[in-house]
Design a protein around this ligand. Structure first.
Ligand code: DGY
Length: 328
């Protein structure tokens, strides 16, 4: 008999076809968002789950699922999965690193440029019929070329963003849990490692690409925003909760910083309604990895992890190696 799995959200049909070759699949092409109770009920008797970051996997849930062996997440970020609890319950977990690095870095630049050069704000103004004459000071923004880019969280996506800055003749500074090696710094446009304080003080454009955890909660709050240049832009591509959204709204209103570009929000898909009343913020619905090819690659990667795990092979992107070791 094939192992039983749940696919928690709608996914590409060919991925369901692939999964169906290996598993008894319960899918969710209606894309209902399951409550924790519904998720627990749906997962009864399942050995595997193909999920996105919108479902939460913690001890409470795992203790109700003695048959579950593998959580395959279709995302690089996995703050929705308590990996230590997975290990405690001998459940493997995986994510989808690397396949989205370049697409996410492209989007980081799209958001940075739209923010610094006021693209969405000016487009809304044009569409609203306000454009009657050119003016010398219409929608003045901040230059990208020749400026200083500050990257907080210099993992693979951060490095891909930094590398793209070569074409704009920028200086790159970064802050990270640990310093990169010389080769990685060279790849990232000769990025210089600095303290968070120095980065906030010196960068013209600050891009956040660090993973969310309790340690990175509100990495950017009122004090950090106050330390930035009044002409600076802030871009959050990482996760909601890394920025204190209420403090950011206050800073954007007071023009403590010039503008922000946000692809992620605290409590998304809900977000602070006051963002909607601000012109100096560009808002996108968590789409940094959303190119056709990359979302298909992410789904394929999650499926490959699930197929490997439930056929006795080590999943290529296993997050908790301890569970694998304890099997052997
Ligand atoms: C990721 O891969 O982490 C993206 O943010 C989608 O959740």
């Amino acid at each position: 008999m094939k192992p039983a799995i749940l696919v928690t959200r709608a996914v590409f049909p060919e991925i369901l076809q692939l999964l169906a070759q290996h598993f008894e699949v319960e899918s969710n092409q209606d894309d209902v968002i399951f409550s924790p109770q519904e998720l627990a009920a749906k997962l009864q008797g399942k050995q595997g789950v193909f999920t996105t970051a919108s479902a939460r996997f913690n001890s409470d849930l795992l203790r109700q699922l003695p048959e579950l062996k593998m959580i395959a997440q279709m995302a690089v970020g996995y703050d929705n999965i308590d990996v230590a609890a997975c290990s405690a319950h001998a459940v493997m977990a995986s994510n989808t690193p690397d396949v989205l690095n370049e697409t996410t870095a492209d989007f980081g630049w799209a958001l940075l440029m739209a923010t610094a050069r006021r693209i969405t704000e000016s487009e809304h103004w044009l569409r609203a019929g306000h454009w009657h004459k050119w003016s010398y000071n219409g929608f003045l923004g901040a230059d990208i070329h020749g400026s200083t880019l500050g990257v907080i969280g210099m993992g693979r996506i951060g490095q891909a963003i930094a590398r793209r800055s070569m074409g704009f003749n920028m200086r790159v500074i970064y802050h990270n849990r640990s310093r990169l090696n010389a080769e990685q710094e060279a790849y990232a446009n000769n990025a210089s490692y600095v303290s968070k304080e120095d980065l906030l003080r010196s960068a013209d454009h600050v891009v956040l690409v660090l993973p969310y955890s309790t340690a990175s909660h509100h990495t950017i709050g009122a004090a950090e925003l106050a330390a930035m240049k009044p002409t600076a832009t802030l871009v959050n591509l990482a996760r909601g909760g890394i920025v204190d959204d209420a403090a950011l709204i206050a800073a954007l209103r007071a023009k403590t910083i010039a503008a922000a570009g946000l692809d992620v929000f605290e409590n998304e898909p809900k977000f602070h309604p006051d963002f909607l009343g601000l012109n100096n913020v560009v808002l996108t619905p968590h789409i940094a990895s959303a190119s056709e090819a990359t979302r298909r690659a992410m789904a394929g990667c999650a499926a490959a992890n699930l197929i490997a795990a439930l056929s006795g092979q080590r999943p290529p992107n296993l997050l908790n190696q301890d569970v694998w070791k304890s099997k052997g």
